[in-house]
Design a protein. Structure first.
Length: 77
């Protein structure tokens, strides 16, 4: 059960990053997604979703590797 919960927790930021890429792609092709009124706002939301999603995933991996001792002392901070 714990593995399933961890998978769901990691799936949410991955879907969020994917939505961010989709928003930015749609903006470049000039297609406006329904609840967002302006293209520039859609692009900004896409960047935010992408950065937050990837940042959460990268932070999780860094935390896990630090816990398992796989990070060299130079990077530990």
């Amino acid at each position: 059960m714990a593995r399933m919960l961890a998978f769901i927790i990691m799936l949410i930021p991955a879907l969020m990053a994917g939505a961010g890429i989709k928003f930015m792609r749609d903006t470049l092709f000039g297609k406006l997604v329904a609840p967002i009124p302006w293209l520039w706002l859609q692009f900004i939301l896409g960047i935010i979703f992408l950065v937050v999603g990837l940042g959460f995933f990268a932070g999780f991996l860094l935390h896990r590797d630090r816990k398992n001792g796989k990070i060299p002392p130079k990077v530990k901070g």
